[in-house]
Write a protein that binds this ligand. Sequence first.
Ligand SMILES: [Zn+2]
Length: 234
Amino acid sequence: MKLQETLLNSHTNNTSLYESLTFEEIGDDHIYTGIETPMREDAFELSDEEKKAQIAPLFAKIMEIMGLDLTDDSLKGTPNRVAKMYIDEIFSGLNPANKPKVALFDNKYQYNQMLVEKDITFYSNCEHHFVPIIGKAHVAYISSGKVIGLSKLNRMVQYFAKRPQVQERLTNQIAIELQKVLGTEDVAVIIDAKHLCVSSRGIKDDTSATVTSYYGGAFNDATKIQELYNHINN
Ligand SMILES: [Zn+2]
């Protein structure tokens, strides 16, 4: 991955333009409307068990409409499997109760350079097509006196990935949460991902990848960004 590839702007602001467009006019374009995942106020009035119980028959209905025989041994368990997978696994990051608990430690090592946790593999899903986004996240921060367990950086990426997502929002959500938790602006996140809605359908481009970045505080500096890329490409 080269430096030039980060030019993709992670702060698109086309909300007003898109509001006036119909579904057909928007077509396959991926729209990014804000930093927060759009959720309704009553999002957690149902328990996880109630959600699964309601999703299963609705998914069965979709299969049935497509003409699939739900009495077939191989298919009959699918609606329940999908409901369980949505709530317990691939969309579990919608529920704030599943956010990783973070403990901070004093920076006893007096390490004051950037720390980079690179090549964090994640699986997410595109919120426009509900097909996978598969990628790697690189997360970096400079300690403001506190340090975080390395596995928590990984867990924070996984938490935000387990939502219907757009890559720009995923990038920003991870960065802003880490800034909050670590009490510093000096956080960078780079995501390099493949979108199955681009490779397996639609334009069917299997070789392209999408790169997004967030540079906070001290990372808004060309030499710091170069140093970060040297670590990532090392
Ligand atoms: Zn998509």
